[in-house]
Design a protein around this ligand. Structure first.
Ligand SMILES: CC(=O)N[C@H]1[C@@H](OP(=O)(O)OP(=O)(O)OC[C@H]2O[C@@H](n3ccc(=O)[nH]c3=O)[C@H](O)[C@@H]2O)O[C@H](CO)[C@@H](O)[C@@H]1O[C@H](C)C(=O)N[C@@H](C)C(=O)N[C@H](CCC(=O)O)C(=O)O
Ligand SMILES: Nc1ncnc2c1ncn2[C@@H]1O[C@H](COP(=O)(O)OP(=O)(O)OP(=O)(O)O)[C@@H](O)[C@H]1O
Ligand SMILES: N[C@H](CCC[C@H](N)C(=O)O)C(=O)O
Ligand SMILES: [Mg+2]
Length: 487
């Protein structure tokens, strides 16, 4: 749809002035991307207010301005649309512009602090293996069947979400599995989307820099469930005490998965080794390639979604049993008798799970050496907690840089060091340069040892002062372990 009045269908309007039949070339929310004939949406942001760029958008050819506050001098050549919430209007308009693709594809959104990428990636692989044409929107990558499109965010912006869904529908996709980050929910990047179901994995400490309080963070996740229609399903982790909170006043069909509490989808962990997990599901033992109890939750969530979408439970378990999961999540690299594990644990809960999983499957004599850092310009309060966990649960810990972004790496490391008690200092090293830190871990390792490199998983860059330099934990650790093996 390219005619303004069609694009505004279902947008709650405050006022309009000008031609409503005007043709719109594209919808943009960044004045720097405006072209002749664009519709520019002014959004108040965390750094600046899009309303300050309305003049610039008009000068560069915008034909329609959608905003929350009208300027005093409105050019008569422009159509002015005032709305209550511009970010929300953007989602609805983008959906209309791309002919509401989510009405022609089954979209499932997954939210939670940890496990979103793992869950949607498993779902994408599962449905593809079962013969469906499937789309994926994730932190690691976006996919339309086998075609890979790079991802810049966990959840793309509202226009990109709709454009990607349109491509999926045109490519014949019947299902799309997507991550819904708390930032995306608050910023309405998924407004206008028709969901067939949503999944809640868990909630723990993260992103308090953005949401400010844990209550606000919970509220952000809950909004995904509050907005679900009656004919959708709401599948939550019944062992997380906020699972029930997500279902409060939810119109959709409530469903639960759990290892400990009574639930619609239940399993018991039979064994957990570095080779994989064995689960008892409805009295049947099933083996999976993923490692750690936390992945039992992800697998159950996936099974729940598939069954709720009408798939046969036995077939799902059989196919799921052969699937590997997402890149950079518990990736094992064994060189010269040393096992390196590259994992995206960047929250205290994730780090604790991964460390405890490794400690639970250790045979005894080997050392666990952990290399970990915390991202800059992100929640500072998780830094001492993550350092403390790494030191307490490992034989040696090397604190290093993650993505410092615009912060000084040394200052981030000081925040981390504050979590290390005096008795643990003997087994803690601080090395700012991540490559040196990984190299040191390799040099300290003996045959049989395990090196955990946490925080960056699949990332193939390190972001320092706005520049992304190539950096790949798996590549770096392999290089050093190979060098040591040759000597
Ligand atoms: C904190 C945050 O989430 N910021 C996102 C937000 O930007 P913002 O609100 O800061 O925008 P702003 O810079 O203040 O600008 C406000 C408005 O003015 C416009 N503008 C700005 C300048 C100009 O010259 N002209 C102009 O029109 C901007 O396009 C924007 O519409 O909206 C932008 C457009 O959608 C996002 O790109 C941006 O993501 C930033 C880059 C980011 O790093 N976000 C991370 C924290 C994030 O979203 N992470 C989650 C995953 C988190 C997790 O679960 O682990 C994700 O979904 O990726
Ligand atoms: N269900 C889970 N519960 C707790 N920790 C988990 C769970 N699943 C994965 N993890 C841990 O969290 C890390 C991140 O997992 P994943 O990428 O699936 O989460 P995410 O929610 O997509 O993260 P992000 O918010 O950064 O996109 C993993 O590397 C692992 O350490
Ligand atoms: N989606 C998360 C990823 C964090 C990954 C970690 N490597 C970091 O840079 O902090 C974020 O943007 O906060
Ligand atoms: Mg993710």
């Amino acid at each position: 749809m390219t005619i303004l009045k069609d694009i505004l269908y279902k947008v709650s309007l405050v006022s309009t002035t000008g031609d409503m039949e005007v043709e719109v070339k594209n919808i943009v929310f960044d004045s720097r991307k405006v072209e002749e004939g664009s519709l520019f949406v002014a959004i108040p942001g965390t750094q600046v207010d899009g309303h300050d760029f309305i003049d610039k958008a008009v000068d560069t050819g915008a034909r329609v301005i959608v905003c929350e506050r009208l300027p005093e001098n409105k050019s008569p050549k422009i159509t002015w649309v005032q709305v209550k919430k511009a970010s929300q209007a953007l989602g609805v308009m983008a959906s209309n512009f791309y002919d509401n693709p989510s009405h022609s594809i089954k979209v499932v959104a997954v939210t939670g602090t940890n496990g979103k990428t793992t869950t949607v990636t498993l779902l994408h692989q599962l449905f593809t293996s079962m013969g469906y044409s499937t789309g994926l929107l994730s932190t690691v990558e976006n996919r339309i069947n086998e075609e890979i499109l790079p991802a810049t965010h966990t959840t793309p912006d509202a226009v990109s979400v709709q454009a990607l869904l349109r491509k999926m529908v045109d490519a014949g996709c019947t299902h799309c599995f997507m991550e819904a980050s708390s930032h995306a929910i608050v910023q309405e990047r998924i407004a206008g989307l028709k969901l067939i179901g949503s999944v809640f994995t868990n909630i723990s400490h993260d992103h308090l820099d953005y949401h400010e309080t844990f209550e606000e963070y919970i509220k952000a996740k809950k909004k995904l469930f509050d907005d679900l229609p009656k004919d959708a399903f709401a599948l939550v982790n019944g062992d997380d005490k906020r699972g029930a909170v997500m279902l409060q006043n939810c119109k959709a069909t409530p469903q639960t998965f759990a290892l400990k509490s009574p639930a619609d989808f239940k399993a018991k962990v039979l064994s957990n080794t570095l080779e994989g997990l064995e689960l008892d599901i409805n009295g049947k033992p099933v083996w999976f390639r993923l490692i750690g109890d936390f992945n039992a939750y992800n697998l159950l969530g996936v099974l729940g979604v598939a069954v709720l979408l009408g798939e046969d439970e036995d077939e799902v378990m059989q196919v799921l049993s052969g699937i590997r999961g997402a890149k950079g999540r518990f990736d094992r690299i064994s060189i010269g008798g040393v096992t390196a594990i590259v994992d995206y644990a960047h929250t205290p809960d994730a780090l604790e799970n991964v460390l405890k999983t490794i400690n639970g499957v250790r045979t005894g004599g080997e050392q666990l050496i952990t290399v970990v850092g915390c991202g800059g310009n992100r929640d500072k309060s998780k830094r001492p907690i993550m350092a403390k966990l790494a030191v307490q649960e490992s034989d040696k810990a090397i604190l290093t840089s993650d993505n410092p972004r615009f912060e000084e790496p040394e200052a981030i490391l000081q925040d981390m060091q504050a979590g290390v008690g005096p008795s643990d200092l003997r087994k803690t090293l601080t090395i700012v340069d991540r490559k040196e830190a990984i190299k040191t871990a390799c040099m300290l390792s003996q045959v049989g040892d395990i090196i955990l490199i946490a925080g960056k998983g699949h990332e193939d860059y390190q972001e320092i002062k706005g520049v992304k330099y190539h950096f790949d934990d798996a590549e770096v650790v392999s290089e050093f372990l190979n060098q040591l093996t040759k000597k």
